[in-house]
Design a binder for this molecule. Structure first.
Ligand code: ZN
Ligand code: ZN
Length: 134
């Protein structure tokens, strides 16, 4: 269980910074594919440029490099990250995972990662959960 949490925390931590990098002038052409939808659907979690895949998963590679790989825990973490990502892109799951990432798709310059990371680094935006995304 410890390794599962570790993998998810590593992923979230690095994803926050990689995501901010993806919003920079030089990397946004890669990331803009993901931002085509202002109101994303669950499948838009996978609607990314091929180069964004290794960039956004740097944290998992880093965790594997630094720690012994526990394959079962790693697979559970990857499955969790994917299910959470799918749910974060669909308003129907907002009652469960909140609208944190949906607000990122609406406003672009906020909510780059996990709630706690956006809180720490001053990029948190919290609108009401039932606000319509238009
Ligand atoms: Zn997204
Ligand atoms: Zn983005």
């Amino acid at each position: 269980m410890k390794e599962f949490i570790l993998y998810v925390v590593y992923y979230d931590f690095f994803y926050y910074f990689m995501h901010r990098l993806l919003h920079s002038r030089y990397f946004y052409p890669i990331h803009k594919i993901h931002h085509k939808q202002l109101q994303p659907q669950y499948y838009d979690f996978y609607n990314i440029h091929i180069l964004e895949l290794p960039i956004s998963n740097v944290g998992l590679f880093f965790a594997i490099y630094l720690h012994r790989l526990y394959m079962y825990q790693f697979l559970c973490a990857v499955i969790f990250i994917n299910i959470r990502g799918i749910m974060e892109h669909d308003m129907r799951f907002a009652f469960l995972v909140g609208n944190h990432h949906l607000l990122h798709h609406k406003y672009f310059s906020c909510n780059y990662g996990g709630y706690w990371l956006d809180y720490i680094f001053g990029t948190l935006r919290t609108d009401k959960i039932n606000d319509k995304l238009e």
